[in-house]
Design a protein around this ligand. Sequence first.
Ligand code: 4SX
Ligand code: FE2
Length: 364
Amino acid sequence: MTDTTPTPPTTPSLPTVPPPDVIRCAYAELIVTDLAAARAFYVDVLGLVVTHEDDHALYLRAFEEYLHHSLIVRVGAVPALSVLAYRVRSEAELDVAEAYYRQLGVRVERRPAGATRGIGAAVRVEDPLGFPIEFFYTAEHTERFTQRYDMHPAGALARLDHFNVNTPDVPAARRYYEGLGFRVSEDIVDGDGTVYAAWLFRKPTVHDIALTGGDGPRLHHIAFAAQERHQILHVCDHLGALRQSDVIERGPGRHGVSNAFYLYLRDPDGHRIEIYTHDYYTGDPDNPVIHWDVHDNQRRDWWGNPVVPSWYTEASDVLDLDGRVQKVVPRTDSNEMDVTVGADGFSYAREGDTSTGFKLGTQI
Ligand code: 4SX
Ligand code: FE2
């Protein structure tokens, strides 16, 4: 008998070989169209330390960082993300990464030491979500300026904290990242099972990567941690004094998710940068996952301030490994902005106001 039953579509299975041991998010490279304008923002306003600069690029780090850079800003034809890099535990993990992604069936490239200034041998992939991702261990060390208070500006940034990306299918992206050894700290869901966003970590903080439901692959933002809330407030004052308050997109405020104090800025090319401080430790194996109802009006801003529409809709294009802009796939699940903002959306602050019976800030 001939079996005519069609094979149901399956999500690609995870590799049988182990994933590379990722330590943390380590650096990003952004393409900008005007390097002088980018320098005025990243160096003169944000106060990042210049490790190296030439006519094509700035290699920047924050005050606690001793690796060569945590951000490269490179001039190019169109504003885009060109790579998100994770640091792995040793050089041997590069072979592990290569084998893992070869089994996943995505594009994989080995890069010799020095292909990126300051970075040793590396593996670059186009991940299943469509992002250009690098894994490296070896990197050039520079002086760590933790106690060079004579050099710290009033808004000194301490270190890179996380990446946040738009991806259409958050549950699928979460499965992929969990396969890579990341753990979820928090998510935003609704009573019908739609997942709007998820936060995952390797280092023991709330996240190294946030997955935000939306048309993707696109970069939503990269975030730097400051030590203190007043440093974030100073950046706002600094921008006001420069008559550049329009660079401030959202905040300052206190996030619900993560509990961090935050500010979102837009660089001259529209790339979104977050400054972030005071999230919490997540390193124990039984760290509780916090689920937020999408209708909880304090989930994204603990004080209930509205999220501006641009924060939901705008994001940076990403490049493939050949430097071409990746095609964006639309999200088909409902969008958070549509269910929470404006005439059709609803949200609440008090527990009794929820129509879903959702328990606020449920922990499992
Ligand atoms: O807006 S959220 O409170 O959900 C949020 C956004 C929490 C932490 C983040 O880093 C972020 O970008
Ligand atoms: Fe963030």
